[in-house]
Design a protein around this ligand. Structure first.
Ligand code: SF4
Length: 461
């Protein structure tokens, strides 16, 4: 009987894409995916140490699997991802029903490691450095992509920065860029299969290629090269680091038609004192200069950011500076976080400077109000405009509407009374209403049908 696997993923897009790679590797091993815990022969937990609650959710899900083991069922439990890399074999000691712990650097070896567990018993293999044979082009092309019309492409793993609150450099290692030619080949093959939108993933995409060339980064060249791939209509990327956003990248964004008018530029704090403590490598003034340069070069650019409230040592004055920068930056949206210490980071050791939780909660609400006001203003300003949408499917929140995303990444719900718009199609819509987190519009015209091959769903509804 064909063995089945289930993958549970926590955390960021990098983990989502690693799970797509894992699914490809397990399929190549002859296994089939399932969404039912009770019928899986192999369950893979792809964990996170960064996102709030990811570890709590992981342990809760592990509990369900334990019951299967108690009933004597044959299921192999593997734990990978950032938490596995950080904790290694300690997970085997803590959780008796975990069979395999593998790190962020040996995803490619998972099928082989599963065979080893079956032959030798429980195992933790968490190397410090990437497997030189791992993550190659053929593996990227066997990844089981969630969507047939939009795909992630990992261009780099790891990070060379040392932000005080972040565990990524410890668990993902230093920056390792994939070869330029492999990335272009991957995008070309994806386009041949009907993918029209690619999102480039890296912890610091701006420094892509620095390790390959030993000199300047290649990110701007990469954007231009991918912009030449026939069939790729949209290119997005995440995340760039403000200190490495170079004029060449801004020029490549402005001059490459396929690059979307969207920039995620994480500020984190508006206080230079806190930015220094965070080891971010830029000042608020520098951030605003780069933001202004990007907006001047790229018309109709949507900018989003990340902000941390209550970093150790943050005072009311520091926070007031963050509010001032927020007012000036007028982001399209912001992901706001309350500081939470990650074990093993410099910030986690700054215990004597931790902020009063009540004061932080109050600051958080104030910041949310400011950034949400600016989201609303920027979305309302789009009313009356004609937008091109990539259709993503029926709206999840608005009955009988269809949803799509603009080049700026904005979610638009449109009524399409007589037209069935399939996911992956491109259409235009006139914006009729702007809310904080979405827009409403009326359908105008189908520009292009989906290019990918459609298959009949085998899932019972
Ligand atoms: S740039 Fe900073 S926050 Fe981002 S992954 Fe690297 S160390 Fe972490």
């Amino acid at each position: 009987m064909t063995e089945k696997f289930l993958i549970r993923t926590y955390g960021c897009q990098m983990n989502d894409h690693d799970s797509e790679r894992i699914a490809g590797l397990l399929r190549a091993k002859g296994m089939e995916p399932t969404t039912e815990v009770d019928e899986a022969n192999v369950i893979v937990f792809n964990t996170c140490t960064i996102r709030e609650n990811a570890d709590t959710k992981f342990y809760a899900h592990l509990g369900h699997v334990k019951q299967r083991r108690e009933f004597g069922e044959n299921v192999l439990v593997a734990v990978g991802g950032c938490m596995a890399q950080a904790q290694g074999g300690a997970i085997l000691d803590k959780v008796g029903h975990v069979d395999l712990v593998f790190g962020t650097h040996n995803v490619s070896q998972l099928p082989h490691l599963i065979d080893r567990v079956r032959a030798e018993g429980r195992l933790a293999v968490v190397p410090d450095a990437p497997d030189p044979s791992g993550g190659d082009l053929s593996e990227a092309l066997t990844a089981v992509r969630e969507l047939p019309y939009a795909a992630w492409i990992t261009l780099q793993t790891g990070c060379d920065n040392t932000c005080a609150y972040c565990i990524v450099p410890d668990v993902r290692g230093p920056e390792v860029s994939r070869p330029f030619a492999d990335l272009v080949a991957e995008a070309t093959e994806l386009a041949r299969r009907g993918v029209t939108e690619v999102t480039l993933l890296g912890q610091n995409v701006n420094s892509y290629g620095r390790d390959l060339t030993g000199r300047s980064p290649l990110f701007a060249d990469l954007l231009r090269a991918l912009g030449e791939v026939p069939g790729i209509r949209r290119i997005r990327f995440t995340s760039p680091h403000p200190k490495d956003l170079r004029p060449e990248t801004i020029a490549a964004m402005a001059e490459t038609e396929a690059v979307c008018n969207q920039l995620h530029l994480p500020l984190q704090s508006g206080s230079n004192r806190i930015l220094t403590a965070m080891r971010r490598g830029y000042t608020a003034e520098r951030y605003l200069e780069r933001l202004a340069a990007a907006r001047a070069a790229i018309p109709d650019l949507a900018v989003t950011t990340d902000l941390i409230v209550g970093f150790p040592g943050e005072t009311d004055e520091d926070f007031a500076e963050t509010l001032e920068v927020a007012a000036e930056a007028e982001w399209d949206s912001a992901f706001t976080f309350i500081f939470s210490p990650r074990e093993g980071t410099r910030a986690a050791a700054m215990v004597d400077q931790f902020c009063d939780p009540d004061a932080v909660a109050e600051r958080f609400e104030q910041l949310l109000a400011v950034v949400e006001r600016s989201s609303l203003r920027r979305n309302e300003a789009r009313v009356g405009r004609l937008e091109e949408l990539l259709i993503v499917g029926p709206s999840k929140t608005k009955n009988e509407m269809t949803s799509g995303r603009t080049s700026q990444g904005k979610l638009v719900h449109i009524a399409t009374p007589e037209v069935a718009l399939l996911p992956g199609a491109y259409a235009t819509a006139t914006i009729t209403h702007g809310a904080r987190h979405h827009l409403l519009g009326t359908f105008e015209e189908l520009i292009a049908p989906p290019r990918h091959r459609r298959t009949l769903s085998v899932v019972a509804r």
